[in-house]
Design a protein around this ligand. Sequence first.
Ligand code: ATP
Ligand code: MG
Length: 772
Amino acid sequence: MEALLEGLNDAQRAPVLQKDGAMMVIAGAGSGKTRVLTMRIAYLMQQGVDAFNILALTFTNKAAREMKNRIGTIVGNSEAKNLWMGTFHSVFAKILRIEGHHLGFPPNFTIYDSQDSQRLISAIIKEMGLDKDIYKYKQVHSRISSFKNSLITVKAYFQNPELQEADAMSKKPRMGEIYKEYVDRCFKAGAMDFDDLLLRTNELLARFPEVLAKYQKRFQYILVDEYQDTNHSQYLIVKALADRFQNICVVGDDSQSIYAFRGANINNILNFQRDYDDVKVYRLEQNYRSTKNIVEAANSVIEHNKTKLDKVVWTANDEGPKIIVHRSLTDGEEGRYVASSIFENKMNNQLKHSDFAILYRTNAQSRAMEDALRKREIPYRIFGGLSFYQRKEIKDVLAYLRLLVNPNDEEAIKRVINYPARGIGATTIDRLVIAAKQYGRSIFEVMENIQHLDIKINSSTKNKLYNFVNMIRSFQITAENADAFVVAEEVARKTGLLQELKKDGTPEGIARIENIEELLNGMRDFVEGQKEIADATGSLSEFLEDVALATDMDKDIDDVDRVSLMTIHLAKGLEFPYVYIVGLEEDLFPSGMSMNTRSELEEERRLFYVALTRAEKQAYLTYTESRYRWGKLIDAEPSRFIEEIDEKFLDIQTPLDTYRYKPMIDSDIFGEPDKSKLRLKKPVGGTPPTVGKPTEEQLQKLRKLRPQSTPSIRTDDLNDNLSKGMRVEHSRFGQGEVLSIEGIGQDQKAEIRFQTGGIKKLLLRFAKLKIL
Ligand code: ATP
Ligand code: MG
C-alpha cells in the first residue's frame, strides 16, 4: 500500500484514503483526477472490497481498459478483471442483457446503431405517408433521441401539450405518432437503440424495486470520471444506484464540460453537494502534466469565462518553451508547416510519432493535415472517425470523378448510379450487370446503348439510365478543358449530391457538406501546386492519381507508431508531449455556429482549454490568413482565443520564419490591411475583460498576428543564385538536390531530386524553394 500512495501528493491521497461516503474531486486539467480514481479503486481492493462490488464509469472504453491495466499491476490482473468498469453504455448494456426480460426484452436483444435507427424511422415516415422533406428522418431521429435522453417516454410526450405544440409549430404535428411507432417497432424487433441503453436502465430501476435493490447492494462503491459531461439520464442512474450506500466518488472539471450539445448538464456537478449527505469536496491544484507556460496560458484563457467554479492550477514542472503561434497563408500551408514541424521535432529530439497529436475543431480539417503528412510519409491515425478519403461523401464524389475519367469503372458506377436517388433500383443494376456480361461490354457501354438493346428494363427506367450517361458525358466535356477543381465543383452541384446533404440539415449532414467543401479546397490547392511542375496541368486525372496513392496508405495495418489526429471533443482526458491545435480562426474556432450566446461561446472556450491542456511539453497554435471556402479564398482572422492568452507565454512566428519564397496566391491578401481587422472584434454575447477599446499592447500583439504587409522575396534573386548540386527545401516536397537548370527568364526550370517525392521539374517562376 505504501507503494500505492507514494505516487500521490497529499491532496490526492485524501480522497483515496477516505473509504466511505460521498465525495467529489473538482480540479483543473492534468491535476491527477483520473489517477486518484484509479488509485482509489486499487486502495479499496487492498482494503478488502470485492472487485465485484465496485462500479467505475469512464468516458471511453479505452480509458476503462487503461485504468484496469493499471489497477491490475497493483492488485493483480485476475482480480482487476472482476471490476465493473466501462462507459455508461457498455456497463448498462451488460446489465440490460441480464435484466431486460423484466421489460420484455430478450437477453440477446439487438443494439441498433444510429444508421439502423434512421433506416427504421425513414421507413415509418414513408409508411405513414408523410412528406419526407418536412419529416426529415435524421431530424426526427435526433428529436427522438433528445426525448429519450431527457426521459420523455411516449406516454410522457402525449401528456405534455408544450412538446406537442412545439412539434406542431415546426410543421411536424405527427412527431408523437412516429415516436410511438418507432418505440413499438424496436420493441417488437427485440432491439434497443443507443439512447435506450440509458432510458431502459432508468425504467428498469424505477419500475422494479427488487432489481434496483439488487444492484444497489452490488455496487457498494461507485466512481465516475469526467462527471461534468454526464447527461440527465446518466445522472439519474448514478443517483439511483448510489442511494443506498452513498459511497460515491465523482471527479470532474467544470471547465472541461464540452458536451452540452449532446445533453450534458454541467449542473450535475454544481448540484452534487445537494444530492448526497455530507459531501466532501476535494480540490487538487498541482498539475503534473504540462509545463508552466502551458498551464499558465491555459489559466489565462479560461479566466475569460464567467460561469465557472473558482480553481487554482499551478505546476512545479519546468517553464518549458513558449507556445508557438504560427500563421500560414493557406490551410494547405498550415498542413505542411505542421508536418514539417513534426518531422523536425522527431528527428531533433529522438521522439516517436505517438508523441504528437494534431487537434482540430471540425473533422473536415483533417484533410489538409492528412495530405501533408502523407506527402512527408509520416504515419498517422484518425481517432473516432474515418480518415478523410474513406468518408462516405468523399468516396461518393471521388466515384463520380473516377467514373468520368474511366467510364468502365464498375465499382464507381454501382456506387453512384442511384445516389442521389434517381429511381434506378437494385434489379435494374443486376440486369445491367448480366447484360454487360452477355454482350462482353462494360456496364457503361450497355447503358450508352440502352435504347437499342433488348434488355428487360422498362422504357422509363431506360430513360433514367440514358440521362445518367448524358450527365457523365457532359462532365467529361468539362474535364477536357478545365482543371480538377472546376470539374469536381460541377459534379458536386449538378449531380444533386450537395442538395441531398443540404436537405438533411442535421449536424452529420453539415459535417458531410463541410467535408465535400474541404475536398474541393484540397483540389484547388492541388491545382495551384501543379502549376509549379513543368508539364503538369492540374487535370482531374493527375488529381486522381495523387489520391489513389494517398488512399492506398490508409490500408496500413495497425501497431505502427503513428501521429494521432482527432477532434478536440475526443481528446478529453488524453495527453501528448507535443500538441498542434490547428485552424485557430474566428468562425472556425470559436465555431461560427456557436458564437451567438455567451453560454455557447463559453463552451467553445472550454473546448480550447481542453485542447491546450492536452500538451505536456510543447503546444503549437496555428491559423491561416485565408482559407478556401468553396474554392474561393476567404480572409480569415486569428481566433480570439489566441488573443486571450497572455503574450508572455507566446512565441509568435510568421511564415517567413519557415520559408523564404515568393507567395503565389492572389495579391489581394497581401495588399493594404483591412483596418477593421486590426481592431479586436467585439464578441457577441457580452464583453469579456479584454474586450472594449484595445490597449496599445493588444494592438501590438494583433499587429504581430496580422502584420501590415508580407514582404515578398523576389524570385529572380533565387534563380540567379540557384545552381546544380545545391540543396534546397520545398514547402510541399521537402528537401532535395538540384540536378539541372534549363531555360531562361520566365521559363526557367530546375530538375530536383526530392528525398520523398522522386524527381520533379519545377518552374522557378512559381516554385517555393529555399536554399539550404
Ligand atoms: P484531465 O482533466 O485532463 O482528465 P486529470 O486531472 O485526470 O486530467 P491525470 O490524467 O490523472 O489528470 O494526470 C495527469 C498526468 O499527471 C498523468 O500523466 C499522471 O500520471 C500524472 N500525475 C498525476 N499525479 C501525479 C503525481 N502525484 N506524481 C506524478 N505524476 C502524477
Ligand atoms: Mg482525467
